[in-house]
Write a protein that binds this ligand. Structure first.
Ligand code: G3H
Ligand code: 13P
Ligand code: ZN
Length: 319
């Protein structure tokens, strides 16, 4: 059942976080649905601009509609990840998306406000909610001065003004995480003091954490042992930090890189062991349950595991 992102946040706020996973193809979709059903967890499917362009924007929509029929017990929302203004309008007009993200965080504050406001107006007119971003995620390195490092983080006072002026429904904050497989070289992680300050300024407003992959060391080691050349020693977010972040209002935790690592490990190990195989289904059949297993582990860390029946009840009570 496709539900609004707002409903998922209402159910989760302050208690647990909902995993938001990017998909690009049918195998990822199958693993994602299977894993969330196994964990009895609600979830968010994210589609990026790149994913919409990979095959055709209608392809993922078709796959998701099919999964909704194959897994009738699933409760999930569909979200545009890192949208620009035009892509947001395209998704809003499509009638398929539960929510969109307008990412104008690289623009100056006033410009970010103006763009976000326009998207919010168009989205709200169709009952779709909007995630906006303030602050800039990036490769935060240990050797950068504290001042410089903090300059990228979301300013809690600005966050309050931004949400008031734009009317956005949730806020993606830069709180120390970064995108991709090469995050921190040392013991950095989520800046809980900043999250706490943002929550104080914006009580009840769902916060979103991008760049939440954990980049498991053993996964990277297995990929490299099977011929990969990923940089070793880089750390991601400790999954034990998901739940404490959720208690501070982080309702949505974005995970993409870790899923890509599962895919890369499965395929590299498969073709190393079976160089004579050329059937794409052979490796796909391994990937789907492996990805499902990964999703179960993340749902448990997020605290969303076991919430499915209660979310469904809430959704049905609003129909
Ligand atoms: O934060 C971005 C997501 O990992 C999506 O990546 O734009 O390459 O699809 P993508
Ligand atoms: P990761 O690169 O850490 O998986 O972050 C994904 C993300 O933020 C998608 O918007
Ligand atoms: Zn992101």
């Amino acid at each position: 059942m496709i539900v609004t992102t707002k409903l998922l946040f209402e159910h989760a706020y302050g208690k647990y976080a909902v995993g938001a996973y990017n998909i690009n193809n049918a195998e990822q979709a199958m693993g994602l649905f299977k894993g969330n059903i196994d964990a009895k967890s609600p979830f968010i499917i994210q589609i990026s601009k790149g994913a919409r362009a990979y095959t055709d924007k209608r392809m993922l929509e078709g796959i998701i509609r099919a999964c909704d029929e194959i897994f009738p017990e699933a409760v999930f929302a569909v979200h545009l990840d890192h949208g620009d203004e035009q892509t947001c309008y395209d998704c809003i007009d499509s009638g398929f998306y539960s929510s969109v993200m307008i990412d104008a965080s690289h623009d100056p504050f006033e410009e970010n406000v103006a763009i976000t406001k326009r998207v919010v107006e168009r989205a709200h007119a169709k009952g779709i909610s909007v995630e906006a971003e303030l602050g800039q995620l990036g490769g935060v390195e240990e050797d950068i001065q504290v001042d410089e490092k903090n300059a990228h983080l979301t300013d809690p006072d600005e966050a309050k003004i931004f949400v008031e002026q734009t009317g956005c429904d949730s806020l993606a904050c830069a709180i120390g995480t970064s995108h991709g497989a090469y995050k921190f070289t040392g013991g950095q992680g989520i800046h809980f003091d900043v999250v706490g300050e943002i929550q104080k300024q914006l009580p009840g407003v769902p916060l979103v954490m991008h760049g939440s992959s954990s980049v498991p060391e053993d996964e990277v080691a297995r990929i490299n042992a099977a011929g990969g050349k990923l940089k070793e020693g880089a750390k991601g977010v400790d999954i034990k930090q998901y739940l404490p972040a959720a208690k501070l209002g982080v309702c949505k935790v974005n995970i993409d890189t870790d899923g890509r690592l599962v895919w890369t490990r499965v395929l590299r190990e498969f073709f190393l062991a079976k160089p004579e195989d050329f059937d794409l289904r052979s490796s796909g059949k391994i990937f789907i349950p492996e990805y499902a297993k990964f999703i179960v582990s993340r749902s448990e860390a997020l605290g969303s595991a076991g919430q499915l029946d209660s979310v469904r009840e809430l959704a049905l009570s609003k129909k």
